[in-house]
Design a protein around this ligand. Structure first.
Ligand code: DX5
Ligand code: ZN
Length: 217
């Protein structure tokens, strides 16, 4: 199977020293930097946007994995791409019937694109879109906040999407986001995820390098 990659979520970082936090993640073995963009409308929380991505671009060579939890993502994908995002993921729930078009818009910028589904959205909503994605993201918590408990029904969704990806023969990443830790990561990987987002598990750890290594192993 494809190599497992760890994408720490900077939602759990100290925002007042974000540059240092991202450099520390890179030094401690992270493979991607997961950037949670929240608009206070699509989710009940507000984080950061294009300017943060632009500034973090100068702090790391790791891919910036931008998870857009915003309404009308089509209005902003080009600017996130220009700011230095490498992967831009958009929610099915924010795009609905336009998901294909929004993914094409991201691809047109030359960046990788991905579709995200919430815990209450079935795989069927995106099954015919999977092949258009560079990455599919399964939410294992309702988006908005870090530190929530993993919702086990995500495991079955991972298995379903992994089957679609394998049948396609394409190189598509399968990412999981929410409540992942060193205890539950094995079954998550066994279910087919190969990109692991971890916020609290990494940032609350005493030893970031060791935790990232354990998540990856
Ligand atoms: C939730 C975010 C996640 C979250 C992960 O809306 O998309 O990336 O921060 O944090 P943990 O790993 O603490 O659940
Ligand atoms: Zn996220």
């Amino acid at each position: 199977m494809t190599k497992v990659k760890i994408a720490p979520s900077i939602l759990s970082a100290d925002f007042s020293k974000m540059g240092e936090e991202v450099r520390s993640l890179e030094e401690n073995g992270a493979d991607l930097i997961h950037c949670d963009v929240m608009d206070g409308v699509f989710v009940q929380n507000i984080t950061f946007g294009i300017k943060m991505v632009e500034d973090l671009r100068k702090c790391t060579t790791l891919p910036l994995d931008c998870h857009l939890m915003i309404v009308h993502p089509e209005k902003y994908v080009e600017r996130f791409a220009k700011a230095g995002a490498d992967i831009i993921t958009v929610h099915y729930e924010a795009c609905k019937d336009n998901l294909k078009e929004v993914l094409a818009l991201i691809k047109a910028t030359g960046k990788k694109c991905g579709a995200v589904i919430n815990p209450d959205t079935p795989v069927e909503a995106i099954s015919d879109i999977v092949e258009l994605c560079d990455m599919v993201l399964v939410m294992s918590v309702f988006p908005g906040f870090g530190g929530q408990k993993f919702i086990p029904s995500a495991l079955d969704k991972l298995r379903q999407i992994r089957a679609i990806i394998d049948a396609s023969g394409k190189d598509i990443d399968l990412e999981i986001d929410g409540g992942v830790n060193v205890e539950n990561v094995a079954e998550i990987k066994a279910a087919g995820a190969n990109v692991i987002v971890a916020g609290n598990a990494v940032f609350k750890a005493e030893n970031r390098a060791e935790t990232i290594a354990r998540l990856k192993a």
